[in-house]
Design a protein around this ligand. Sequence first.
Ligand code: AR6
Length: 167
Amino acid sequence: MEIRLVQGDITEQDVDAVVNAANSSLLGGGGVDGAIHRRGGPEILQECRALRASHYGAGLPTGQAVATTAGRLPARWVIHTVGPVHSAAEDRSELLASCYRESLRVADELGAATVAFPAISTGIYGWPMDDGARIALSTVRRASTSVVEVRFVLFDAAAHAAFERSL
Ligand code: AR6
């Protein structure tokens, strides 16, 4: 598997699947989630609502992942995953690792060969960037998956530098 680091906007990536740093409601929010729904259009939210009505009445649990259409995005699918809120009192690293593993498992089910990830939980959910980068990279490297390219799309130079150091 090839791991690429790019600085940019995840909604612009020409990949099979982009991963959304969602919340368990699946009904949208700020950050990556807001950008994906804004740019991808209402089709994504429609499928998210259907998922809530069918499989995830109580919401998508933290650490799990589920796919929808990508609407008007260049990608074919959006894989929604729910990162943990960072806590100083409790180690939630395993849940963050699970987001990356489960997203790749869903990508395999879809037959997605190229997948773009944001730095899950490092925005509104407060995870320190260096630690988030370490968990992201070590989990993806160890994953057994048919995905051939994982692209980490980092929003700013500091996030890109953190991932580069970790890689
Ligand atoms: N492309 C790439 N990275 C981005 C983009 C973008 N367009 N926008 C922000 N980032 P966040 P979280 C970076 O807050 O921490 C939402 O309200 C950002 O700088 O999107 O997992 C959800 O609904 C940061 O490094 O996700 C949840 O409620 C990283 O992406 C909550 O936020 C993740 O930031 C999830 O919080």
